[in-house]
Design a protein around this ligand. Structure first.
Ligand code: SOE
Length: 396
């Protein structure tokens, strides 16, 4: 302590410094906001954190919006050219929160420059593009993750842990829906990038279906065959110039999934389910019990155990997944003081920082580019099945 009676934190920090990791963020909209929020929370909520994210730069096409985002979130610099940002030596972790058609080229360039990478889901618009990205990160030997953030909901990780410990026994069924409503007629949604195959790759399938397909792999195992149908309810939308533009992606899909381990599943996603705001829900039925999760009640897990006593009270019951001994909860609050959607990004990014600093594998609890590639293969198979009317084998 100096004679002034205080010590500057710069000096104090030096003694206990966790390594800083310079972040370059591509995208300042929804995911730019969710990821930036997570980077800023990690040092004081995942405390003591394995690394301190340094908000080096944010990048976007619109100069004024990007500058405003840099000011809002506290990035030191802003770029309007991602190539320039990737050449910034202070950027060690490239976070791609851009639209799907801006995933491949920047991530491949980042890998070639030796940057670690976090890419938003879906990894790519199709399996071929995802394969090139996986190849690039494998050759570059950098850490790589895909932001399938629902793996980092405490209740979902608890489900994974219970299944992994054999508490459900043989898994018979995985039944998942991801329902939203925000492009129904009463929203008057114009022809946005998520509705354009060239930019998005697919519609509800890659946006929402990718999540429940990732959870199918995370919780149950590898699909071996799919059969599917898709539908586009509104086939053209205003493109902002007064003209109408054809919608060439799925508004909804339904698929059956046959798993390698014998389980039988179904997955469905749509953005035409009125009243469903962000209804990502799965039910898993096993030999010894069942588990039900609903993102709109994300701190709960419904469980049913075969043979539970007393049998007069047998049935599903909800547990509040917020005890200190529950996944990720040692960092947060006393039991019952629930957390939210934003905190899944805190857990996910902290997991990646740990992998980077301590040379750990992102998988199996985080999703890496192999998971992103396999997800893309399954999504392609679903589209092929819907097109052909036949069941399609999943081949990685
Ligand atoms: C929009 O459908 C969206 O933001 C998805 O893109 C996200 O992945 C999902 O988590 C919430 O809904």
């Amino acid at each position: 302590m100096s004679e002034t009676g205080f010590t500057t934190m710069a000096a104090a920090r030096a003694e206990t410094a966790a390594p800083m990791i310079g972040v370059g963020m591509l995208g300042y909209a929804f995911m730019g906001k969710a990821h930036s929020n997570a980077f800023k929370k990690i040092p004081y909520m995942m405390y003591p954190s394995v690394a301190i994210p340094k908000l080096v730069a944010i990048c976007g096409r619109n100069q004024e919006a990007t500058r405003a985002a840099a000011e809002r979130y506290g990035y030191e610099k802003f770029y309007t050219d991602w190539r320039a940002m990737l050449n910034d030596d202070e950027v060690q972790l490239f976070d791609n929160g851009g639209p799907n058609d801006a995933h491949a080229e920047p991530c491949i360039a980042a890998a070639q420059l030796g940057k670690h990478i976090l890419c938003e889901k879906p990894l790519a618009r199709n399996a071929n593009e995802a394969a090139a990205m996986l190849d690039a990160v494998t050759k570059a030997n950098v850490k790589h993750a895909v932001a399938f953030n629902y793996r980092f909901v405490p209740a979902v990780r608890l489900a994974r842990d219970l299944i992994e410990q054999g508490k459900l026994g043989q898994i018979y069924h995985y039944r998942a829906v991801y329902l939203q409503e925000w492009i129904m007629p009463h929203y008057h949604t114009p022809h946005i990038w998520r509705l354009d195959k060239a930019q998005a790759g697919s519609g509800a399938l890659g946006d929402l279906g990718a999540h429940i397909i990732d959870l199918a792999r995370f919780l149950v195992g590898e699909p071996r065959r799919v059969s599917a149908a898709t539908q586009t309810f509104i086939t053209e939308r205003p493109d902002g110039t007064g003209a109408l533009k054809k919608v060439d992606v799925d508004d909804a899909f339904v698929a059956t999934v046959e798993f390698e381990n014998g389980a039988l599943g179904s997955v469905e996603a749509t953005r035409f389910a009125g009243g469903r705001k962000n209804f990502n829900s799965f039910e898993i039925n096993g030999e010894k019990g069942s588990i039900v999760f609903n993102l709109e009640r994300m701190n709960e897990l419904q469980v049913f155990w075969v043979g539970e006593e007393p049998r007069e009270t047998q049935g599903f019951h909800a547990i509040n997944v917020s005890e200190a001994y529950h996944p990720f909860w040692s960092n947060w609050w006393p039991q019952g003081h629930i957390i939210g959607w934003e905190h899944t990004f805190v857990h996910e990014i902290n997991h990646l920082l740990d992998a980077i600093v301590n040379n750990k594998s992102v998988a199996p609890y985080g999703a890496d580019f192999t998971d992103g590639y396999r997800n893309a293969v399954i999504c392609d198979a679903i589209l092929q099945s819907a097109e052909s009317g036949r069941r399609v084998d999943v081949k990685y």
